[in-house]
Each structure stands twice: as C-alpha cells, then as structure tokens.
Design a binder for this molecule. Structure first.
Ligand code: COA
Length: 325
C-alpha cells in the first residue's frame, strides 16, 4: 500500500474583461504583431477594479468543489499560491476559508511566484502523505494587473489575471509504481543568485507598497529555456521514463516559445501540450491550474493519463511534478 494524493477535481475563474493586444496599442508603444511573434499572447483577462485575488480564488474553489461534488465539510486544508494577495496579511487562504465556511484547518498562502502552483502541488502532497490532511483545496490566484507598470511595454503586455483550483484527496490503493494514480514525483529548485532579473520594485518592509514588476526579459527567457529543459530531462531520468509515456505536458504559460522549446526537448508534439497563453497571458501561479482545468473539462486529460507539470518564476524558482490522473 502506498499513500498518494490524487487530483480529484478542478475549477477555474477568469474575469469578464478581455484585453486584446490591439487594446494595448492604445496604452503603450507596442503592436499586436510584436506581442504575438515574441510571446504567442493574443489577449488576457483583466480583473475589475473592485475584483480581488480572493474573489477569484473563491470562485475557482467553488467550481472545483462542484466539479468533484464535494462540500466545504469535505475539506481539511487550504493552500493559495499567490504573489498578489489582497493584504500583506492575513492570507488569501483564510478569505477562502471564511467565504466557503470551511472548518478550522491548515490554511495559508504560498509565494513562489510563477512556480507557485508546482510548489503548491508538492507541499499539498506532503500534507496529505503525512496524514495531516485528507482533502485539500489547492488554488493558484493572481491579480497581476494591479502590480504592473502600465507605462512599461516590456512587462505590461505579458501578464493577466485569473484563478484555478484543484481538490487533492488521499488515496491508499497504489502499489508504489508509476502506474499508480496521484502525484508520483516532485522536484523543486530555487537559485537566489538570480533574484535581480525578475522582482517587484517595492514591498511592505521597503517602500511600504507592493511595487511593480521589473524584469530583464532576455535573461529570464534564457534561464527559462535552459532550466525547463534540464528539469524535464531530470524527471524522465530519475523515473526511468521515456517521453512517449507522458500523455500531456501542462507547462506554466509565460511564453509560447519557452513552451515549444521544452516540448521539443522532451520530443513531445505540440498536440500533447496544453496551451492557454494565447488567451490568458501569464497569470503567474494561476496559469497551470487554469490550463489544467480547461483540458480536464474539454476531455483532453482523462483518468489514467500521465501528466507532467513544469514552471519557472521569479527567485528564480522552478520545478516539475509528475502525476497520473
Ligand atoms: N512592444 C514592442 N516592442 C517592444 C516591447 C513591446 N511590448 N517590449 C520590448 N520591445 C522592444 C525592446 O525595447 C527592444 O527594442 P530595441 O532593440 O530597440 O532596444 C526590442 O523590442 C527587443 O527587446 P527584447 O527584450 O530583447 O525582446 P525579446 O525578444 O527578448 O522578447 C520578451 C521580450 C519579454 C517577450 C522575452 O524576453 C521573454 O519572453 N522573456 C521571458 C519573460 C517571462 O517568461 N517572464 C515571466 C517568467 S515567469
């Protein structure tokens, strides 16, 4: 018998407002052609002024509960992966807990920026395998539009808002092999030497505001391509797995060129890669659960499929998780 955590259900929320590349041409000196060619992004969702990260997290969590026919009483842990919380404290996770009337249980935010959801899968898996939680809500939610400098064309065209959520549940039917359902393998990294290539210009203990996203795009791109190639290779090698066993790659959605590079390294055709960056932009910790939700709801990802998640974000942080549905 092996204790595993299985992704039982998922849900998502996207704000109503669509901002196209053409709309951005009125905001900064850019063009639809430049953005599509360099990033693959065509449009992104932007939250309403009074719509918060917690609002989006709650909506995604409700959808994930409904999808799995769970009620609030089934949940005994909440992790929200976000870098754009409503407040410095308390955590968005307790907003979710209060709104859904979930009983006292571990509830906290996890901040690993765009790697947040991959970090969150690993942490949630440890909570479940250690016996501390049986059914845990894991949410990625971001309102990046509120920390963008809307005069900086090198960053404001890249990001969007949204939230995605999953319910992870304990399962004891596994035999410890890669044929088990559930989270099979996780690997996380950070390298603080690269902290100055992607950061916010402020924070509570410095400028006393949240600051804006600042990025050396070319450097981040270089690290993303190399670190993602390295980590997917590592996942395959450690698990003695050939790439053709992987049914779906669900990558962080920052730039379609980074995604294509990783798929190529794996030898996976793009028909086995879930891509939403064209419609969502980079929603940071929300991007993977948003992509996952789309592919589960439209039937591409099915029970039994082997799925590889990977992401890189500020820090730099990066990681990958292998899971069977
Ligand atoms: N519209 C038009 N031109 C733009 C522009 C925009 N939105 N943003 C930058 N440019 C210009 C630059 O000013 C530069 O002009 P110059 O040559 O006259 O100086 C030129 O385009 C090339 O800029 P550069 O930054 O070298 O472009 P790039 O090919 O590296 O593409 C990114 C820029 C941001 C798309 C790319 O570097 C990238 O995707 N990086 C990774 C970003 C990422 O994934 N971040 C999140 C990680 S979680």
């Amino acid at each position: 018998m092996t204790v595993r955590s299985i992704i039982r259900s998922c849900g998502a929320y996207l704000p109503d407002r669509i901002m196209t590349n053409r709309d951005l041409e009125d905001v900064v000196d850019t063009s639809d052609e430049w953005i599509v060619q360099r990033t693959g992004i065509r449009e992104r969702r932007i939250a309403a002024e009074n719509e918060t990260t917690a609002d989006m997290a709650i909506a995604a969590a409700k959808a994930a509960l409904a999808h799995g026919r769970f009620t609030a009483a089934d949940i005994d842990g909440i992790i929200v992966c976000t870098s754009t919380p409503n407040h410095t404290f308390p955590a968005v996770a307790v907003d979710v807990q209060a709104a859904l009337d979930i009983r006292p249980c571990p509830a906290f935010d996890l901040q690993a920026v765009c790697s947040g959801f991959v970090y969150g899968l690993n942490v949630a898996d440890m909570f479940i395998r250690s016996g501390q939680c049986r059914r845990l809500l894991l949410i990625g939610a971001e309102k990046f539009s509120s920390i963008l400098d809307w005069t900086d064309r090198t960053t404001c065209v890249l990001f969007g808002d949204g939230a995605g959520a999953v319910v992870l549940e304990v399962d004891e039917s596994g035999d410890g092999s890669l044929n088990d359902r559930g989270i099979l393998f996780s690997r996380l990294y950070a390298d603080g030497r690269q902290k100055n290539i992607l950061y916010t210009s402020g924070g509570p203990a410095t400028t006393q505001d949240s600051g804006y996203v600042v990025m050396e795009g070319r450097e981040v791109f270089r690290h993303a391509v190399s670190n993602m190639s390295q980590i997917v290779t590592e996942v395959l090698e450690v698990n003695k797995l050939s790439a053709d066993r992987i049914d779906w790659l669900v990558p962080h959605q920052a730039n379609v060129r980074i995604i294509e590079g990783t798929a190529k390294k794996l030898g996976l055709g793009m028909d086995r890669v879930i891509v939403t960056v064209d419609r969502h932009g980079n929603t940071s910790a929300a991007s993977i659960p948003l992509a996952l939700n789309e592919a589960v709801q439209d039937g591409r990802i099915k029970p039994g499929n082997l799925v590889l998640f990977e992401a890189l974000g500020a820090g730099l942080t990066w990681g990958a998780v292998l899971a069977r549905f």
